[in-house]
Design a protein around this ligand. Structure first.
Ligand code: C2E
Ligand code: CA
Ligand code: CA
Length: 357
């Protein structure tokens, strides 16, 4: 039986097959025949298929469950790079279950405002004057302690939940800055950098919400730097350009995070109003073994385009020394301080110390 169950989704039932090899053989044949180019109205079209395979050893008693599991295998095939087949296994179901649970937990965490913002100090080089913080989110899950962003940010982005999380971070950051301002702990040029992923950036409500959070506590937009990735610039849609321009018009700074690790485009970099390039910690790490080439190139590029460079992940004095020699003006990293909870960040400013060396 062959059935079409969605736009480009088909199900083939092989009711004669008594082992999985029969299904694999058919899948290979389908892939091989689709690989040949089609000619439609004089144009050559190439296509491919991602295939999920499920062998029913009579453990299923509902066709819904059969279709659910073969769909999981199909999505795995797509995720693994398309034009391939994947066979459903119990571990796939476990992984999907874990993701579904995590997604549910994230929904709950957003509703119950379980996210807290930590602040990593950012210092000028070579003077080590505190010029700002980077806001980094953590999930304070009851009975689990602090969960780091690497464990949930990707899924939050895939599911769009990142938008709501970003709003909570922005609110917390605005309140924190307002508090520090009231306590006369920060100078005029002190800024906090917030990480903004593409999803949030594309959201129509993003700018109005940002304005609202600032207004609520009477804060100038100049207190904020937004860290975005190169990928956002590559989209080069007019709405992205409008958002970037509005952000600049408000006096916020724009920073490119993890610069050089993705698809960098010099053309877009000079076209968009970027203020800061962040040198990824992988480049800072490599300076000893692979030389200073990339770091030097990023700093030179930034200088030529009138941008500032911020080095991330500085852990050793020799790294700081080399960065100073290369002309990097600003840095953050464990050498100076780990990201700190609000109270500890406040304490750091009160005590006026430069951090840990
Ligand atoms: P990122 O923006 O590149 O942030 C820097 C990461 O490096 C942070 O990890 C920070 O704790 C860590 N780090 C700082 N100094 C050092 C160092 O000297 N050595 C090493 N090994 N690591 C250092 P974290 O907090 O786990 O955040 C991971 C990533 O999650 C961030 O990478 C960022 O992409 C994302 N993220 C964090 N908070 C937010 C947020 O509020 N919103 C969004 N959209 N993404 C966030
Ligand atoms: Ca960042
Ligand atoms: Ca980074």
């Amino acid at each position: 039986v062959v059935a079409r169950i969605g736009g480009d989704k088909f199900v083939i039932l092989l009711d004669y097959a008594d082992d999985i090899h029969e299904a694999i053989h058919i899948a290979s044949c389908i892939k091989a025949s689709l690989r040949l180019p089609f000619s439609i109205q004089g144009r050559v079209i190439r296509t491919s298929a991602s295939i999920g395979i499920l062998f029913n050893n009579n453990t299923y008693n509902s066709s819904d469950h059969l279709l659910r599991d073969v769909d999981i295998a199909l999505y795995r095939a797509k995720a693994e790079g398309r034009d391939r087949y994947e066979i459903f296994g119990a571990e796939m179901f476990q992984m999907t279950l874990k993701r579904v649970n995590l997604e549910n937990d994230l929904h709950g965490a957003i509703a119950q405002q379980q996210f807290v913002t930590h602040y990593q100090p950012i210092y000028t080089l070579p003077g080590q004057r505190l010029v700002g913080f980077e806001a980094l989110v953590r999930w304070q899950k009851p009975d689990h302690g602090l969960i780091m962003p690497l464990e949930f940010i990707d899924l939050a982005e895939e599911t769009g939940l990142i938008v709501a999380i970003t709003y909570q971070v922005i609110e917390q950051v605005c309140q924190a800055i307002q508090q520090w301002q009231t306590d006369h702990l920060i100078a005029d040029r002190f800024r906090v950098a917030i990480n903004i992923l593409g999803q949030s950036f594309r959201d129509d409500e993003f700018l109005p919400m940002l304005d609202q959070s600032l207004e609520k506590v009477g804060l100038s937009p100049q207190r904020l730097t937004l860290e975005i990735t190169e990928r956002i610039l590559l989209e080069q849609s007019t709405s992205i350009l409008e958002t970037l321009t509005s952000i600049k018009a408000r006096g916020m700074r724009l920073s490119i995070d993890d610069f050089g690790t993705g698809y960098s485009s010099l053309k877009y970099l000079s076209r968009f109003p970027v203020d800061i390039l962040k040198i990824d910690k992988s480049f800072v790490n490599e300076m000893q073994q692979n030389g200073q080439g990339i770091v030097r190139a990023i700093i030179d590029l930034a200088q030529n385009l009138g941008m500032i460079t911020v080095a991330e992940g500085v852990e050793y004095p020799w790294q700081m020394q080399q960065l100073v020699e290369l002309g990097c003006q600003v840095a953050q990293g464990y050498l100076f301080s780990k990201p700190l909870p609000f109270e500890a960040a406040t304490q750091l400013m009160r005590s006026g110390t430069k951090g840990v060396f």
